[in-house]
Design a binder for this molecule. Structure first.
Ligand SMILES: C[S@@+](CC[C@H](N)C(=O)[O-])C[C@H]1O[C@@H](n2cnc3c(N)ncnc32)[C@H](O)[C@@H]1O
Length: 239
């Protein structure tokens, strides 16, 4: 199907190459998805809920708090750590992998009382459509899918298709953090993120090696370190 073709809902056809389903969910996970996910929505994001792609009212939804975004939160460890560390900020996480979303919802239940997290259980591109311009104060991209084969590099998150709408949704001065363990992902990030308008805030490659002071190491990062790969941390700003 080509890019200008559409789903019946009116949604443009967007190829998604990652995993959406993993192991069969247990009953508790199904309950989290059914009971908690609707309450945690950032607003109407899907094409079925919002066919006219009206922009979300983030001020009404989050009471005027600064809003941060985490793309591809996996099981949500970093997302929840940030929400706990910064109660004065609201964080929207998006993640299409249902098993990851279910783990994150279980974690949110166990922590209890977190009122500054919202979850879009889907593709970041659908969320970008409905985020108002200059509405986000910070964005995180932690260990995006590496797509190691050269012919798959266009599937990486750090391509114009994702970076341009992300840039539009961030406020001037907002920070965009990227962590990856794949050297070629660093190369593509350093090429494509500045091309989308962001400025890299580092001065030398040394700056890649130090995590942010409020960083929370994810499951994916721990595995990468165990397997001998080196984390890289890159900070950009929208000017
Ligand atoms: C390698 S995992 C890392 C997960 C987590 N950030 C961590 O560090 O453990 C990458 C995640 O990005 C998600 N992802 C891929 N494409 C995405 C998209 N277009 N929008 C949102 N999430 C996406 C995948 O489903 C996957 O869970």
């Amino acid at each position: 199907m080509s890019d200008d073709q559409q789903h019946q809902s009116g949604a443009p056809w967007r190829n998604f190459y990652g995993r959406i389903h993993g192991k069969t969910l247990n009953q508790a996970q199904k309950d989290y998805l059914e009971e908690d996910l609707p309450k945690l929505a950032p607003g109407p994001v899907t094409w079925e809920e919002n066919p006219d792609r009206e922009k979300l009212d983030l001020t009404a939804r989050f009471g005027g708090k600064p809003v941060w975004l985490e793309v591809g939160f996996g099981a949500g460890e970093h997302l929840i750590h940030m929400a706990q560390s910064y109660p004065g900020v609201a964080i929207i996480g998006c993640e299409p992998y249902v098993n990851g979303v279910a783990s994150c919802l279980g974690h949110i239940r166990r922590v209890g009382g977190l009122d500054n997290v919202a979850i879009h259980a889907g593709d970041a591109r659908d969320l970008f459509d409905v985020l108002p311009d200059e509405s986000l104060d910070k964005a995180f991209l932690n260990y995006p899918d590496p797509w190691p084969k050269a012919r798959h590099h266009r599937r990486r998150f750090v391509t114009a298709e994702h970076l341009e709408p992300l840039y539009r949704a961030l406020k001037p001065g907002a920070e965009f953090r990227v962590a990856t363990d794949i050297p070629d992902y660093v190369r593509q990030t350093m090429e494509e993120v500045p091309r989308a308008g962001f400025e890299w805030l580092g001065e030398s490659a040394e700056d890649w090696r130090k995590p942010w002071s409020d960083w929370f190491s994810t499951r994916y990062e721990k595995k990468a370190i165990r397997e001998g790969r080196t984390p890289h941390y890159m900070t950009f700003r929208k000017n």
